[in-house]
Design a protein. Structure first.
Length: 241
């Protein structure tokens, strides 16, 4: 069950053809992971060890806060803070290392500062990495999936960048140029429409376009859609989570 929640059929992600498929994958994984760790999993020793070690990023702390099960958060925080307290107490008697003006603070045992790690982000990244690898293999070997990929409505900019970089790792030198062209076309097509809507939004503040019959077209939410495109996060959806 634990690993099955992060296994999603690639068709479930790509068949809707509505927005960025990797954003959709991330959102599905995020919802499943948060639901899982705030349920019975919070009492599983191996899960608790990992949440104690990694903690959560501020975004996922805020998402958990908006859910009803505050006891789950409190129980995870109880053991997490206990571990941090012991770490601080154990290090308080050590002689501080000499620091220069340019030196950085010492890192934790895990090699990263705590605010840079997150249990949910870690699980999502593992699943997305596997999906991207499979996506590239299917693009190269399955004509039907290649067509499905080309028919997507768009890619956000962060996931466009990721696919361009990871495509070089997983695709043959012969196949990569076609993949890069298709991937660029997906984001360019969406970006062109988005830029036109932002341009139109700006022109609507010209006094000559004012009045009850002003035609805003599709531009009213152009700012929110631009933020979504640039960050991979829909600001309207974040308010709900």
């Amino acid at each position: 069950m634990k690993e099955a929640i992060y296994t999603i059929p690639i068709s479930e992600v790509f068949e809707p053809k509505d927005g960025c498929p990797l954003c959709r994958l991330r959102d599905i994984l995020e919802e499943r992971c948060l639901e899982y760790i705030m349920g019975a999993a919070m009492m599983e020793p191996d899960i608790r060890v990992e949440t104690n070690r990694l903690g959560f990023c501020k975004d996922h702390y805020f998402m958990m806060l908006k859910r009803k099960n505050r006891l789950s958060i409190a129980l995870m925080l109880q053991s997490h803070l206990d571990g941090l307290l012991k770490e601080v107490e154990n290090s308080s008697g050590t002689k501080p290392a000499k620091r220069t003006f340019f030196s950085k603070p010492a890192e934790s045992k895990q090699g990263k500062f705590l605010h840079e790690t997150c249990y949910v982000c870690d699980k999502i990244e593992q699943a997305v990495s596997g999906m991207v690898k499979n996506l590239c293999k299917m693009y190269q070997n399955e004509p039907e999936f290649k067509k499905l990929y080309q028919e997507q409505s768009g890619l956000c900019y962060p996931h466009y960048q990721r696919l361009m970089v990871d495509g070089k790792k997983y695709l043959s030198p012969k196949e990569y140029p076609a993949f890069a062209a298709d991937t660029s076309e997906l984001t360019k097509r969406y970006l062109q429409g988005l830029k036109a809507d932002v341009d139109h939004f700006c022109t609507m503040f010209d006094y000559r376009n004012a009045g009850p019959k002003a035609d805003w077209g599709n531009s009213r939410d152009a700012i929110e859609r631009s933020i979504h495109y640039l960050t991979s996060r829909n600001p309207m959806e974040l308010e709900k989570k």
